[in-house]
Design a protein around this ligand. Structure first.
Ligand code: FMN
Length: 405
């Protein structure tokens, strides 16, 4: 796609800290730009990554030393929903991911897999088809529409039992983490943002349990911290990250807020002080909720509390282009030696985003209509700054992904 009428002019950031190396847990990155997790529905029906995804990630890894965090990837079959999203619970999926991590490594870049479970936002029809329960912290639907869907297909939401929670801690997350290592990922990221399962536990709107996993802040944070403690010896603290969105109201009526995150960050800092500092904490800035921008008057709070508690590395994402061409907010946020900035939407439409930011080449605006399509049009059809390749829309729409394993 080469729609030059739709560009964003930017100043070059090559002389800023964004282009200085930074240590991130087990590795040193060449610059402080990361690819934020971006769900794109280009996996197979069996949740196996495809050749289209390989091409996508390889292109975005072209500036050596870039961190690419993958699209959200199912920790277990029980967490599924959206069609054509990838998983990492079986060997076929791990083999397919390995081809992608190798392609990223061949460019000199690094990969992190974002592990998720949809909980109450899963697709009841799909779970029923696969003979799996529709479960969440509590039997509280995220919308009337979801309730209708679950009732219509005769597969209603119920609260996870304690033994199912223990299975998540002791089997599902460790299994996916081991597969991630086998697949060659440099990091494993827990998706505790945006109203998916781990974030559902944090929020009293979705967690009204009366056992040790609900009620107080300590109880609501228990599952996440238990998973962290289980995964540290498996992947190593310096390869483990977590994503939070304290202020998002995506898929939930109230944000989680600062209080519970302050507690979790204190707990993570305690582990760091004991020699187990996580590779990073990833934060969604309040300027964005899920996949859309938040208008200034609807911003619920600030992430400033985070760096007062957590002393380790931070990855921040959320419409950093809003004050382009100068990027004043970004330049302020990276004025230290522990912050990376992650980009999602502009990385979709600029495979060479890193070079563009470095040199001040204009950014191609993203095309939201193509975000959630199953084919290649709008996916691997964006040119680098100096390319003029024309793509055939009809042909690319016929090109769907082939499983990598
Ligand atoms: C199409 C699309 C897919 C996304 N998928 C994910 C995802 O899988 N996991 C996640 O944590 N956030 C996801 N996000 C949120 C982004 O990672 C990011 O936080 C948000 O888009 C703000 O960054 P940006 O302004 O650079 O786009 C997605 C956003 C978009 C637009």
């Amino acid at each position: 796609m080469t729609d030059n009428s739709n560009i964003v002019k930017i100043d070059a950031l090559g002389e800023t800290k964004l282009f200085q190396p930074i240590k991130l847990g087990a590795n040193t990155l060449s610059q402080r730009i990361a690819h934020a997790p971006t769900t794109r529905l280009r996996a197979t029906e069996d949740n196996v990554p495809t050749d289209l995804q390989l091409e996508y990630y390889r292109d975005r890894a072209q500036a050596p030393g870039t961190l690419l965090i993958t699209e959200a990837t199912y920790v277990s079959e029980g967490g599924i929903g959206l069609p054509h999203t990838p998983g990492l619970w079986n060997d076929t999926q791990a083999k397919a991911w390995k081809k992608i991590t190798q392609a990223i490594r061949e460019q000199g870049s690094f990969s992190s897999v974002q592990l998720w479970h949809l909980g109450r936002t899963a697709f009841p029809e799909e779970l029923k088809k696969r003979g799996l329960p529709f479960v969440a912290p509590s039997a509280l639907y995220d919308s009337e529409e979801m309730e209708k869907r679950a009732k219509a297909c005769g597969h209603e939401l119920r609260a996870l039992t304690k033994s199912e929670i223990e299975q998540l801690i002791n089997e599902d997350f460790p299994n996916a983490a081991r597969k991630a290592l086998a697949a060659g990922f440099d990091y494993v990221e827990l998706h505790s943002a945006h109203g998916y399962l781990l974030s559902q536990f944090l929020n009293p709107v979705s967690n009204q349990r009366t056992d040790e996993y609900g009620g107080s802040i300590e109880n609501r944070a228990r599952l996440l911290l238990a998973i962290v403690d289980k995964l540290i010896p498996i992947v190593g603290a310096n390869r483990l990250g977590i994503r939070f969105s304290p202020w998002a109201t995506f898929q939930v009526s109230k944000p989680e807020g600062a209080e519970i995150h302050s507690y979790i960050l204190q707990e993570l800092q305690k582990r760091a002080d004991d020699g187990n500092e996580l590779a990073y904490v990833s934060l969604v800035e309040p300027r964005v909720s899920g996949i859309v921008d938040v208008s200034a008057e609807d911003i619920h709070g600030s992430n400033d509390f985070v760096s007062k508690i957590w002393k380790g590395s931070l990855i921040k994402a959320g419409n950093y282009t809003y004050n382009a061409p100068k990027f004043t907010e970004l330049v302020r946020d990276i004025d230290n030696d522990r912050t990376l900035v992650a980009w999602c939407r502009f990385f979709t439409s600029n495979p060479d985003l890193v070079a563009r930011l470095q040199n001040g080449y204009p950014l191609q605006h993203y095309d939201r209509d193509t975000f959630y399509q199953p084919y290649n049009w709008g996916y691997n059809t964006w040119n680098k700054y100096d390319e003029t390749k024309e793509y055939d829309e009809e042909a690319e729409k016929k090109r769907v992904g082939k499983a990598l394993a």
